[in-house]
Design a protein around this ligand. Structure first.
Ligand code: URP
Ligand code: ZN
Ligand code: ZN
Length: 467
């Protein structure tokens, strides 16, 4: 007897949409087919799409800075907002503070995340790649299933020098990890920021002026060039503009293992939003650009230059975001719940991408890039039964209450979307029904990742040295 049978829906399988039943047993999908016998629970999905649960491979949850500030979402509230929006798996960040190691933080974040309901994996942020950290501690956390290292080329006190970045690439290559990179030029932003503040331009809108596209393009080009030098696969995070995406397209054309990520904010928000009285609530880095950038980002998505769409969820309350000059306002916006509705609405409902492309961008590709596929990111026999029942016609005006996150704001307040999740199943359990989250705290699983081929180096280095 199956635990759950979902009937009468249009199922987005890895090989396209098929009208069939989905049978679930022991938390996994065991069959797709017609006239599957009833299970203990039968879910009627008439008129609905049956989609893979969202995989959000870029979420800042309970992330603490050395100054004690932290993104305000806990692993419990992050689970609630994720399930509300149809996401079932996240890859979150473990911080490293300068002068500290990574093992202790790994143990700490394993315990923190275990309180939540989401299935989860981790990126390890590297801000201080000392020999001890890279030779002793990083191998230890890789053995425990962390397979991606995150580096920042900007932000005080997180940014790495080129030499430090190369050191991280070298270690990642040796251990079989992906390196994910925040690409903006630190020195250039410092220079622009000082000049803007000196000129009295302190309001949130000048955040965008402090880091124009050229700053992102330069760092993207450099990140790729150094990854090519070391022969290490990388993913460029949160691409906001065509100029940076063009560097990724050129790298792909040269056969490099370089992948690009973008986020809903770069196809829905603009720099002008930061000029509003509540402009700080739209501040993230890279910043949203001019409105004409949206069409260019969609084109880069359609061409496959940008492989995944994540939320870069990083929630701060309005109080934490106000009363300072732009250079001290914390960067980041919440988006875990809004990601799927926004991308479905702007993408599928408006005819910019197909349903298959949507599933690839928000679930399958992030799972593949993170070494979680085929357990996650696809509706197929053997995969975890992470499923969203989706009403493609439902029109919703987004409000902060619907987001069900920890903070009092969403930059997407008042936006109209067509397409909405009506139920979310995590490993076969209904964890959200009609907006009500039902999962028990502590029911999320840690996803220890093992070695995966996608992030193997190409074996191509200058003069064959180091290959
Ligand atoms: O503004 C952003 N993106 N905040 C989160 C941290 C990061 O840069 O990813
Ligand atoms: Zn970043
Ligand atoms: Zn981020």
């Amino acid at each position: 007897m199956h635990d759950v049978v979902i009937r009468n829906g249009l199922v987005a399988t890895g090989s396209g949409p098929i009208r069939c039943d989905v049978a679930v047993a022991g938390g996994r999908i065991v069959a797709l087919g017609e006239n599957i016998p009833d299970g203990e629970r039968v879910i009627d999905a008439t008129g609905l799409l049956v989609l893979p649960g969202g995989v959000d491979s870029h979420c800042h949850i309970e992330e603490q800075a050395p100054d004690g500030s932290r993104s305000e979402e806990s692993f419990i509230t992050a689970s609630t907002t994720a399930f509300a929006g149809g996401t079932t798996t996240v890859v979150s960040f473990i911080p490293q503070w300068k002068g500290h190691g990574v093992w202790e933080r790994f143990v700490d974040y394993r315990a923190r995340a275990a309180t939540g309901m989401l299935d989860h994996a981790f990126h390890q942020i590297i801000t201080d790649p000392t020999e001890a950290v890279m030779e002793q501690e990083v191998p230890r956390i890789v053995a425990e299933g962390v397979r991606s290292l995150k580096v920042f080329l900007t932000y005080d006190p997180l940014h790495l020098t080129d030499a430090q970045y190369i050191r991280v690439l070298e270690t990642a290559r040796k251990l079989g990890c992906l390196v994910t990179v925040h690409c903006e030029n630190y020195e250039a932003i410092q220079w622009r920021t000082q000049r803007l503040l000196a000129a009295g331009r302190t309001a949130p809108q000048y955040h965008a002026w402090s880091r124009p596209p050229v700053v992102e393009r330069e760092a993207t080009q450099r990140a790729i060039a150094l990854a090519e030098l070391v022969d290490q696969p990388i993913q460029v995070f949160h691409v906001s503009c065509e100029e940076a995406a063009a560097e990724i397209a050129a790298a792909k054309a040269r056969g490099l293992k370089v992948w690009g990520e973008t986020c809903p904010q770069y196809v829905t928000l603009t720099a002008a939003d930061m000029a509003r009285p509540d402009g700080a609530l739209f501040m993230c880095s890279p910043p949203p650009r001019g409105g004409d950038e949206h069409a260019k980002i969609w084109e880069m998505i359609r061409r496959g230059t940008l492989d995944v769409i994540t939320s870069d969820h990083c929630a701060f309350s309005t109080a934490a975001k106000t009363g300072q000059d732009f250079s001290t306002i914390p960067n980041g916006i919440p988006g875990l719940a809004a990601r799927l509705p926004l991308i479905f609405s702007e993408g599928v409902s408006k005819g910019r991408i197909s349903l298959e492309q949507f599933c690839a961008l928000v679930a399958t590709n992030p799972a593949k890039l993170m070494g979680l596929y085929p357990r996650k990111g696809v509706i197929a026999p053997g995969s975890d039964a992470d499923i969203v029942l989706w009403d493609r016609k439902k029109q919703v005006c987004l409000t902060n209450t619907m987001m069900q996150h920890a903070v009092d704001n969403t930059p997407y307040e008042g936006m109209e979307v067509t397409g909405w999740p009506v139920a979310t199943l995590r490993r076969g359990e209904v964890v959200m029904q009609d907006g009500v989250v039902l999962a028990q705290p502590g029911s999320g699983q840690y996803l220890a990742r093992s070695a995966y081929d996608l992030v193997l180096p190409r074996g191509v280095t200058a003069d064959g040295f180091g290959a």
